[in-house]
Design a protein around this ligand. Structure first.
Ligand code: GLY
Length: 414
């Protein structure tokens, strides 16, 4: 009986501690430990690159091994070159560390890791420009006002719009799988529009704004189903603009709802509403949010399985990255949807609390990543139940948004 009583007191003590804990401060302290460790791991991984890999990288003129992406199946850190779609997230995390702590150490590290991917501003071979350049150079410019970052971002935006097709009304996402698709556009591409809205404001060139709005409208027209879930890939005829295929690439089935895709859509339409004030975008964001949170396949802790229709739920891997993107989006959505403000905030808070208490990496380990249990592409048996750098980036962003909302509810994004 005495033991039961002691256990009860212990549980009460831990719960009170958790309730009183400043989740933002605690996580930034944790992130400081992890990211310092990650910087050491980066040095080690560069030294351990094999002679063959180095020769191949140099022969292909791919630039240096730049930033972490995940942990390989053999336990080693995967570093990517700049052209990888994830190359901007680690510098982005360092910028968020600088933003929160104001410690020049993080600024210097962020500058170093950002500089390694500058060449991407000329890479017109993919739609991933926003992911790479806006998360790194975009945050760097916002926090430092460095004019060279502004120039890099403007060049990036001009490069990105070379992929726009006026007849389709969209920016082409991928050039691969040309035997399958003629003009594939993926829901993820909504995220790259933020760079274009920024460039429209900075340069006064309306083309950036018009292309971003048209892309969002075309996606709204063709990517969504009756139940407001979205397809992953829509393939268009580049000559007529007709929809040719409604497919998936990383989801379970063409007809299923790949979890990260739903999160990209939610974040993308919320951001588009911020940038345009167009009610159609806010409505879409609200509908996506309802799809996610009323879905019976969403677990009680609000961390989704990798696909809402994954066949073996509940024995399927989670995707923490979908949860962090969703949480960050919900903090912003809460500002534009007063009728449901409390609901959006409580869902975002619950995600962050559950991530903090049940999904975090071990301090000083896990190659410096923050969160475990993301899934890159289960459909390709790739990056299943691993840490992923973009899960960590949106985790820190969500924490900052929560903090900004607490301090000043109109200054979420500065
Ligand atoms: N944009 C690629 C992904 O979400 O996996």
């Amino acid at each position: 009986m005495k033991n039961v009583y002691i256990c009860f007191l212990l549980v009460l003590f831990v719960s009170c501690q958790q309730a009183g804990e400043d989740i933002v401060e605690a996580n930034f302290e944790f992130a400081g430990t992890q990211l310092r460790h990650a910087l050491d791991e980066i040095d080690r991984a560069r030294e351990q690159e094999s002679a063959e890999d180095r020769a191949r990288r140099e022969q292909r003129n791919q630039g240096p091994l730049a930033n972490p992406r995940t942990i390989e199946t053999d336990g080693s850190l995967q570093l990517v070159v700049s052209r990888d779609w994830t190359s901007g997230f680690f510098p982005g995390e360092l910028w968020y560390m600088y933003e929160y702590t104001q410690d020049p150490f993080w600024k210097e590290k962020a500058q170093q890791q950002t500089a390694l991917i500058e060449r991407e501003k000329y890479n017109g071979g993919t739609h991933d420009m926003g992911f790479k350049m806006y998360c790194s150079f975009g945050n760097g410019y916002r926090l430092t006002g460095d004019a060279s970052y502004r120039d890099d971002l403007i060049q990036s935006a001009y490069t990105l719009i070379t992929r726009y097709n006026e007849t389709v009304g969209s920016i082409r996402s991928w050039d691969h799988n040309s035997d399958k698709w003629q003009f594939p556009v993926i829901i993820d591409n909504m995220m790259n529009l933020e760079l274009l809205f920024w460039a429209a404001r900075e340069t006064g060139d309306r083309r950036f704004y018009e292309i971003a709005v048209q892309h969002a409208r075309t996606t709204l027209a063709n990517h969504f189903r009756e139940d407001n879930s979205s397809y992953h890939v829509i393939d268009y005829d580049p000559v007529t603009g007709a929809v040719l295929h409604k497919h998936t690439h990383q989801g379970y089935a063409h007809t299923s709802a790949w979890s990260r895709g739903q999160a990209w859509g939610l974040y993308g339409y919320t951001m588009c509403y911020r940038e345009t004030g167009l009610p159609e975008f806010l409505e879409q964001a609200k509908k996506i949010s309802e799809y996610i949170f009323t879905n019976p396949a969403l677990p009680d802790d609000l961390i989704p399985y990798w696909d809402f229709q994954a066949p073996a739920i509940p024995d399927e891997p989670r995707d923490v990255s979908a949860a962090t993107v969703t949480a960050s989006a919900l903090y912003e959505l809460s500002m534009y949807d007063p009728a449901n403000q409390h609901l959006h905030l409580s869902r975002a808070d619950k995600i962050l609390e559950n991530l903090t208490h049940s999904y975090r990496a071990t301090p000083g380990e896990d190659r410096g990543f923050l969160l475990l249990h993301s899934t890159g592409s289960k459909a390709h048996n790739s990056e299943v139940d691993v840490p992923l750098v973009y899960a960590d980036y949106y985790f820190l962003e969500a924490l900052l948004r929560k903090d900004n909302l607490k301090k000043n509810d109109t200054a979420l994004l500065n």
